[in-house]
Ligand binder design. Sequence first.
Ligand SMILES: [Fe+2]
Ligand SMILES: [Fe+2]
Length: 272
Amino acid sequence: MHDGLGQVTTLPKPRMERSDGYLKLLSFVVSNARKGEIMAIENYSEMVHLMPDTDAKIETVNQAKEECKHILLLEKLAARLDFDVDDTMVEPQWESIRASFHEAVRKKDLPACLIIQDLMVESLAIGLYKVFASAANEDHETTSTAAALLKDELEHLDIGVRRIQAEMRKDPDAVNDALLWAHNRVMPALFEMIHQSCDFLCDTKSLDCTMVEKPSAEIDLELLKITALEHYVAMLEKAAFDPKITNQLIAGMASYEAPGRANVGLDFLRKH
Ligand SMILES: [Fe+2]
Ligand SMILES: [Fe+2]
């Protein structure tokens, strides 16, 4: 605008108004993301001694350090936007995923560890940060945090694919067996966690997430689930697992949808 003296001045950007419902939704998502990041530190740290050489051990410790940074970034976002990180919003399935990982460590099953943490959990993290980093999101503070985290998680997924390919060259049967075991243990829990998010919010926080006024229609828990599963499926294909096994697993995931529920967009799984 002009100030009357012929000078063009820019007005300071108004502070973005965030609805109470949206802040509650952010609180839920960030509390769970933070829980996932804490689990990632525990998983990576527990996996270090199984890594085959010194370079891989250093790389794994660095991944754990990056997850530490993610926790701090999420906490900073919560403080800046003034919403709570609330452990009562954290979903119980995290514990069962962590327990499955711990069991894989106890069995010294490195491929299963890589599959659970590097591939499955990272796919979920990518789905989550991608939805919040979308260009359509007008909540720029959240977008920039999500974009920074997304960049690291995409690298973690690539590291995972590379590691699995190396294990595959050594012992393909062991890796395919590990996939079957890890998939059946972890994917239903991971899926249930995202699938039931809306019900969880409704039941425990009286928040109808479909009615929340949000800075982008793309901020949607269903879309988050679909994006996470798409990354998981793409990764299964990229990591060169046995297609006979992956096709069967992918087709099976379509049945995770609760019977009687509206179709939640998993048709892409049925083409397998
Ligand atoms: Fe992370
Ligand atoms: Fe990660």
